[in-house]
Design a protein. Structure first.
Length: 394
């Protein structure tokens, strides 16, 4: 039964609507992490790699995450950062279509995905092109010149959601490889990577999956193509026999080859606790409650704050688990909200973002947040010099 607020540490009197950027601390993670530090690392030292199963964490946590995105066991590897996983996935995808030179993406993609693809293509042989079109133009832009279609499923600014099944089918019809970034999808909406048939998917675990700042990312590869990929990041733990210490690289079997360096054991302990929260939780139930909360928020904001303009899709079927409103003084208004313990965030040029996470958000949170927002807007509480200085993280 949602919400399950007791499983998270939520500061008193705070309304947290920013789980789309960083999820809160799972209560169980405090004990779990302390045990790893004190009992495992502290007492077992290097024997912990065998005794406590540290070396198996990337795969076992991938299996724990798999049901959340509709994947089977042994198809997900956890570790590194999302940027690294994007780099791995794009390079793997290009290697599957050596006769093609176009990576197709859209202007709603998260910038790091574009940067990593751009950087990769500038360092490998061949006249590659990163083609960026408007989100609405993606399907029509997929043709036989495209090697890889690389998209973020849910737009980080507006919450606009691509039709994963439809676009993947179009990519495959044109002979292209499909790569989805699920950073704003995993734990937020119903995802089924197996049903859509995409070759690759990547994502982070610190947003809706609540594994903490700097939490490891993940990569999914469709089982039938995993062994065809020669990893461009050939780290020692992706070797078929890492402790043989051979001078030449031999890729490991299936998802093992997508490992790079040493797993972050302590951070993975947090992720283990965070994923345990999802046991018994239906993503369909999460999605239904997310839509209800988002719809309520939109209705109340439009009634009480008419100067704010909805920029997220009005149709909930086209929207993820966040709602964005445009406001000329959005940054200052968000700072005023944060000062009053209603936490959202801001994205350029004028977007106020609010995330809805049914694990710990309910209707009371929504109505209270709108009360504060209306006060900030109606009484121009944002018009204060202390809210105008832009901070390093917005």
């Amino acid at each position: 039964m949602l919400p399950i607020k007791h499983q998270f540490h939520l500061p008193k009197d705070m309304i947290y609507l920013d789980g789309n950027s960083l999820g809160p601390l799972p209560v169980a993670a405090l004990k779990q992490t302390a045990a790893v530090i004190q009992d495992q690392w502290g007492e077992h030292l290097i024997t912990g790699w065998n005794r406590d199963g540290w070396m198996q964490q990337p795969g076992s946590l991938g299996n724990a995450l798999a049901p959340i995105i509709g994947a089977s066991n042994d198809t997900i590897m956890v570790g590194d950062t999302l940027s690294i996983k994007v780099f791995q996935a794009v390079s793997a995808a290009l290697s599957l279509r050596p006769d093609r030179r176009v990576v197709l993406s859209d202007s709603g993609n998260f910038p790091t995905d574009l940067y990593m693809a751009e950087g990769l293509m500038s360092h490998i042989n061949g006249d590659y092109e990163l083609k960026i079109v408007d989100p609405e133009e993606v399907r029509d832009a997929i043709d036989e010149s495209v090697a890889v279609v690389m998209l973020t499923h849910i737009d980080y600014r507006t919450g606009r959601m691509h039709d994963m099944q439809n676009i993947t089918a179009a990519a495959h019809q044109a002979g292209a490889v499909m790569l989805w970034d699920l950073a704003h999808s995993a734990g937020a909406v119903v995802v089924d990577v197996e049903a859509c048939g995409c070759e690759f998917a990547v994502g982070c675990t610190y947003k809706y999956l609540n594994a903490g700042p700097g939490a490891p990312a993940f990569i999914y590869a469709r089982p039938d193509i995993a062994d065809q990929v020669q990893p461009i990041l050939s780290g020692w733990l992706g070797h078929d026999a890492p402790f043989a210490f051979e001078p030449q690289y031999r890729p490991g079997q299936q998802m093992e080859r997508f490992r790079v360096g040493t797993p972050p054991v302590i951070q993975m302990a947090v992720l283990e606790s965070a994923l345990a929260v999802w046991q018994g939780i239906s993503m369909h139930d999460v999605r239904q409650r997310s839509v209800e909360l988002s719809e309520l928020f939109i209705q109340l904001v439009e009634q009480r704050c008419p100067s704010l303009e909805l920029v997220s899709p009005r149709n909930s079927a086209e929207r993820g688990s966040q709602v964005s409103f445009a406001f000329e003084n959005g940054y200052a208004a968000m700072q005023a909200l944060i000062d009053r313990k209603v936490i959202g965030d801001f994205r350029q040029p004028n977007l106020m973002r609010f995330g809805f996470t049914p694990l710990y958000t309910d209707e009371h949170d929504v109505t209270q947040a709108v009360d504060v927002l209306a006060d900030v807007i109606e009484n121009r509480l944002w018009d204060n010099p202390i809210y105008l200085t832009v901070k390093a993280v917005t």
